[in-house]
Design a protein around this ligand. Sequence first.
Ligand code: CA
Ligand code: CA
Length: 188
Amino acid sequence: MICVNSRWARMLPVILFALAGCGEDPVVRKSTPIRINEVNPVNPVYQDMTGDTDDWIELYNPTDEEFQLEGYFMSDSANKRFKDQFVAGTVIPAKGVLLVWADAEINQSSARAPHMTFKLSATGEGVWLTNPDGYVVDRVDFGKMPMDPSGREWTSLARFPDGTGPFTWCTESTPDATNGSACAGVTL
Ligand SMILES: [Ca+2]
Ligand SMILES: [Ca+2]
C-alpha cells in the first residue's frame, strides 16, 4: 500500500495540474497542418544520395513558418503506426516539402533525408503520419497503379492543389518539389 502524509496529499492536485501543463496540448498537436503530399510506390528514375531508385513519400508544409517534425511517426501499417520516428533537426520549410525515402535502408538516413524501415507496395497499401501524442495527422490508402490510356503507368500519386486537394495518379512526378497543377491523372 502506498501512503502519503497529509501535506503531500494536499499538494498532489497542484503537482498534477502543473504536470498537465507541460508539453504541447494534444488538441493543438491534433491540428498539425502537415500533409502527405505525394507518394511514389514505383520509382524507376529519381535517385537518393547513394544512387538508389527507391520508393518515396513527400510531406508538405502549407504554413508560412518552418515545421519541426521531431517526434512524429510514419508507417505503412494501421496496426503499427509507430514504426519510424523523425529525429531532431527534421524540418519542413515554409510552403515547402520534405522527401522521405521508403527503402528499408535506415543506415542511409539523416535529418535532411529521412529513410524509413519500410518500402511501399506496388500493388497498393497505405501511409500514416502520426503525431507524438498518437493522433493520426494524415493518411492515404492507395491501390495498384492504373494504366493510363496510352498504356504507360502513372508515376506517382499526388495531391492537387498541394496539401489540400484529392490524391490523383500522375504521369509526371515532382519529387522534393511542390506538385504545381500539371497533373492530368485519375482522381483516387
Ligand atoms: Ca536507398
Ligand atoms: Ca511533389
